[in-house]
Ligand binder design. Structure first.
Ligand code: ATP
Ligand code: 3PG
Length: 397
């Protein structure tokens, strides 16, 4: 299944190991609010450090347009150190003299996190010169970032062309677990897609509807579909330039025999704030100043009914702004029902995504799903059957 080289065959002692991890973790008030992605990469960090490797962590954070202190990984370095129980150094750049000085000073077993790779626009372009600059600080490259493996970026893919490449333990575990759970899923398969990354995920749904039997659309994603059906969505998150794409996805679904489930009622508020005054309205009665922040109770009942029909659930993206009470109600209710059905042996449930994992933990059911992946966008692309560049590069070498 894993036709790629793993740490079992890597000689890391005394080597500078560029370890790509996904530290794109949810933050609240400058603090990591869900450490699942950090927890998942600790075994690989420990293994390399304990074998005498110098662990040089590479990661991105957010989607900065250039260097931006608000998107610095510095607070995340402190969180990694706290979870690891070992010191983690930090360098204010991932290439150039600052990075070189930090790496040159490392001893076997040391761990250093380099600043956000996306502070350089060349990262996302997979620019060969930038790849070389990154590679200058490493002898081998280990990728443990399955959740960023759908990006063919310098640190997630490019490095695999110029350095000996290996899969870390989380990469290995994610690919194996998803293949085991979903290669031949029991039908009906129900997919839930919600969340806020509408522009980057919406187009994926065109392929997904050909693979699943029921697609439940929630969160910010649903607003674009509601608008595509001519409904008013007020001040809600909505990608107006993707309305045609949404319509064509609805058509594709019809042709593929995939049932699409959209909210029938929603919870609206006039501001994106915890405890903002809110009300439940029909999707036909959203006002011009309203912001849809959750699905409503009738929609929850509809989704529960669909869950009862399904044998397999795949879920990415919360139903609402679950970080802000009371807009966590829809996500909590559906997550708890999915967990109940899973525990009763009636449903195989797989969920993925940085905020999705956080939402399941928030609902108190993070441990009750059959498998929880740290990947969101990568998970969806994997479900579509797409080859992920950051996984393929590991297979090739
Ligand atoms: N109706 C809504 N309006 C605005 N934001 C919403 C709405 N519904 C959900 N969200 C937001 O969506 C965010 C999560 O979406 P996202 O697509 O990033 O999911 P994810 O699980 O983190 O996936 P990935 O790992 O790809 O980032 C949450 O911060 C939540 O507040
Ligand atoms: O959060 C994620 O899904 C990954 O870290 C990838 O982030 P991106 O969607 O900004 O590339």
């Amino acid at each position: 299944m894993t036709a790629f080289r793993t740490l079992d065959s890597a000689n890391v002692a005394n080597k500078r190991v560029l370890l790509r991890v996904d530290l794109n973790v949810p933050m609240e008030n400058g603090k990591v609010s869900d450490a699942t992605r950090i927890e998942r990469v600790l075994p690989t960090i420990r293994e390399i450090a304990d074998k005498g490797g110098k662990v040089v962590l590479l990661a991105h954070f957010g989607r900065p347009k250039g260097p931006d202190p608000k998107e610095s990984l510095r607070p995340v370095a402190a969180a990694v150190a706290a979870h690891l129980g070992r010191p983690v150094g930090f360098a204010e750049d991932c290439v150039g003299p600052t990075a070189k000085a930090a790496v040159d000073a490392m001893k076997p077993g040391d761990i250093v996190l380099l600043e956000n790779t996306r502070f350089h626009k060349e990262e996302e372009k997979n620019d060969p010169d930038f790849v070389k600059d990154l590679a200058d600080n490493g002898d081998i490259w280990v990728s443990d970032a399955f959740s960023a493996a759908h990006r063919a970026h310098a640190s997630t893919e490019g490095l695999g062309h110029v350095l000996p490449a290996y899969a870390g333990r989380t990469m290995q575990a994610e690919v194996e677990a998803l293949a085991k759970a979903l290669e031949a899923p029991q039908r009906p398969v129900l997919a839930v897609v919600g969340g806020a990354k509408v522009s980057s995920k919406l187009e994926l749904l065109g392929n997904l509807v050909k693979k699943v039997d029921i697609l439940v659309i929630g969160g910010g994603m649903a607003n674009t579909f509601l608008a595509a059906q001519g409904k008013a969505v007020g001040k809600s998150l909505c990608e107006r330039d993707l309305l045609d794409t949404a319509r064509s996805i609805l058509e594709t679904a019809k042709g593929a025999g995939c049932e699409i489930v959209l909210p029938i009622d929603v919870t609206v508020a006039s501001e994106f704030k915890a405890h903002a005054p809110s009300k439940v309205v029909s999707v036909d009665a959203v006002g011009a100043d309203d912001m849809i922040l959750d699905i409503g109770p009738s929609s929850v009942e509809v989704v529960k009914g669909k869950l009862a029909q399904a044998k397999t659930l795949v879920w990415n993206g919360p139903f609402g702004a679950f970080e802000l009470e009371p807009f966590d109600k829809g996500t909590n209710a559906v997550a708890q029902e999915a967990a109940r059905l899973t525990k009763a042996g009636k449903l195989l449930s797989v969920a993925g995504g940085g905020d999705t994992v956080s939402a399941l933990n928030h609902a108190g059911v993070g441990e009750d799903f059959s498998y929880v992946s740290t990947a969101g966008g990568a998970f969806l692309e994997w479900l579509e059957g797409k080859a992920l560049p950051g996984v393929e590069i590991l297979r090739q070498r």
